[in-house]
Design a protein around this ligand. Structure first.
Ligand SMILES: [Fe+2]
Length: 136
């Protein structure tokens, strides 16, 4: 069973954003498997940790683009949430060296808590605006 289940509580009902959230959660689940699996090299864990913010940034770009298009009133605070996440991950990442499984777990847990909380509390707030504008 994956660590995080992409269930209805995480779905916005907007297909492109859901698809990207699902992919991101898939990457988080993959990282957990890599940390947990002794056969996987420490370098693939490092690669996953390095790649994660790139995927997140691409996804944020898409999300913000949609919010700008429909004049979402909490746009600035949403942008800040994303920025703070990327900054925190960069900080954790810069301390990480291959083989530090405790720090890898810390980075993983930070991402899990953030992504779940962010989707449920912040992204859910804009979904009505996008749906009302015909996004699906
Ligand atoms: Fe977001």
């Amino acid at each position: 069973m994956p660590l995080i289940e992409f269930d209805n509580s995480l779905k916005l009902g907007i297909s492109e954003i859901d698809k990207q959230h699902q992919k991101w959660i898939g990457l988080i689940n993959k990282l957990y498997d890599e940390i947990d699996n002794q056969e996987v090299t420490v370098y693939s864990v490092k690669k996953s940790i390095d790649d994660m913010p790139d995927y997140a940034a691409t996804h944020f770009f898409h999300e913000i683009d949609c919010l700008k298009k429909y004049n979402y009133k909490e746009l600035d605070s949403h942008i800040n949430e994303h920025k703070n996440f990327l900054k925190s991950v960069e900080e954790l990442k810069s301390k990480y060296k291959p083989g530090q499984s405790e720090l890898a777990m810390e980075i993983l847990n930070f991402m899990i808590d953030w992504v779940i909380e962010h989707i449920k509390k912040k992204d859910m707030k804009f979904k009505e605006v996008l749906l009302a504008n015909g996004m699906q």
